[in-house]
Design a binder for this molecule. Structure first.
Ligand SMILES: Cc1cc2nc3c(=O)[nH]c(=O)nc-3n(C[C@H](O)[C@H](O)[C@H](O)COP(=O)(O)OP(=O)(O)OC[C@H]3O[C@@H](n4cnc5c(N)ncnc54)[C@H](O)[C@@H]3O)c2cc1C
Length: 362
């Protein structure tokens, strides 16, 4: 059997490719579409695979996304915090230095201004240098390095800067100086406003895109023969193709490709990624945190980021509860002990949100 067009992967990229390729058939290893934007229901709440929100600004795309997603929560000023050694600071810290204790505030501001002056014409060779040139040593070490160690699990010196666009913002001195002296709304960060489906989780935005698309599930690619134009899946299914679009991770694609040159195979094996453990909690007490989500910088905490679902979508959560999604990251070459980390996440949230005794049902 041979298909005109096969798409590997039914995540957003695969569904997007299918929307402009009417004859395409998608094969995916999972039991349904969505990839990283899948949501699942537990205890009456739809949880995502890690904190997802829509911060798209393009009106046409927003219209397309929300048209069939039911009622939408539209937040015009997100409440996002950084937890750092007992202090709750507005995110991102450099724009809200006023929240730091006075000695740290002065040091952070002085070092940031000095770094801007000294490095105005320097080209950073890696992420560590970019952060130091932008924000100075105090913020670089206490915030950016600490969080990188927890989230990306890779030394900043080993990371490039080409991924930063839209994620981290170059220092705006006027905003930083203002924020060192007075409280200000956060307007600079990419997610200062956002959309989220009231019910159904983030995937409610995307499930309409899967309607009418032929998706063959439970199909994990194990062999790709580029000469014969043939794919084989782990369950023994085979399929031929005229055109092939791959949206699966590169290491998986290259590992399955028979004729991949040795240099490409070894480069693909050297690619690293992170694995994410989400520990979701439904706590039978309301309003435990005022934020939509917050970041934890202290390296003694396993949890890196917490989304407070009951603040993002109160309608999608049981009444009188606080619903939390905590995230813990490990690199793919590190061990992830889910049971031990789950225990740490529960204990850490109990400590951070002052919950004693801790009453949890999920
Ligand atoms: C923690 C986290 C938070 C995020 N937050 C946001 C956010 O707030 N807003 C936002 O817009 N984006 C966010 N993103 C990014 C967003 O999730 C991704 O950009 C998007 O889901 C990528 O889609 P994709 O189709 O390229 O890849 P994927 O979603 O990874 O899809 C790949 C598909 O390929 C399948 N597959 C893999 N290997 C094989 C194989 N061997 N055989 C067959 N099938 C295979 C998988 O099952 C999967 O369905 C976040 C991502 C993460 C991880």
């Amino acid at each position: 059997m041979s298909e005109d067009c096969v798409i590997l992967g039914a995540g957003l990229t695969g569904l997007g490719a299918a929307s402009v390729t009417p004859t395409a058939i998608i094969y995916d290893q999972h039991d349904g579409p969505g990839g990283h934007v899948r949501s699942h229901e537990f205890g009456g709440v739809h949880f995502d695979e890690g904190a997802h929100i829509c911060h798209a600004k393009d009106p046409a795309w927003r219209e397309q996304l929300t048209r069939h997603a039911g009622r939408i929560v539209e937040v015009s000023q997100s409440r996002v915090a950084s937890y750092w050694h007992g202090h709750w600071l507005t995110y991102p810290v450099q724009n809200h230095l006023r929240d730091l204790p006075k000695p740290e505030r002065s040091r952070a501001l002085e070092e940031l201004l000095a770094a801007q002056k000294a490095n105005a014409n320097c080209r950073p060779a890696n992420y560590a240098e970019w952060v130091r040139y932008q924000y100075g040593d105090f913020l670089a070490e206490n915030f950016y390095r600490a969080y990188t160690n927890k989230y990306w699990r890779t030394p900043m010196e080993a990371m490039d800067t080409d991924w930063l666009s839209g994620r981290l913002l170059p220092a705006q001195l006027e905003t930083i100086i203002r924020g060192a002296h007075a409280q200000q709304d956060e307007k600079q960060s990419v997610f200062s406003s956002f959309l989220y489906p009231e019910k159904g989780g983030f995937f409610a935005f995307f499930s309409p895109f899967a309607r009418g698309v032929e998706i063959r599930t439970g199909a994990r690619l194990v062999d790709l023969d580029l000469q014969e134009k043939r794919l084989r899946f782990a369950d023994g299914r085979t399929v031929g193709y005229e055109r092939l679009i791959s949206t699966i991770p590169l290491p998986d694609l290259v590992a399955a490709t028979r004729s991949a040159p040795a240099s490409i195979a070894s480069s693909a094996r050297a690619l690293r990624h992170t694995q994410l453990l989400c520990v979701n909690m439904i706590v039978d007490r309301p309003h435990l945190s005022p934020y939509h989500w917050f970041y934890i910088y202290d390296e003694e905490f396993e949890v890196s980021r917490v989304k407070v679902m009951s603040n993002v979508t109160p309608e999608g959560c049981p009444a009188n509860t606080t619903v939390l999604q905590t995230e813990i990251f490990r690199r793919d070459d590190e061990m992830l002990d889910a049971k031990a980390l789950e225990k740490s996440a529960v204990e850490e949230m109990g400590r951070l949100l002052d919950l004693t005794p801790f009453a949890m049902c999920a």
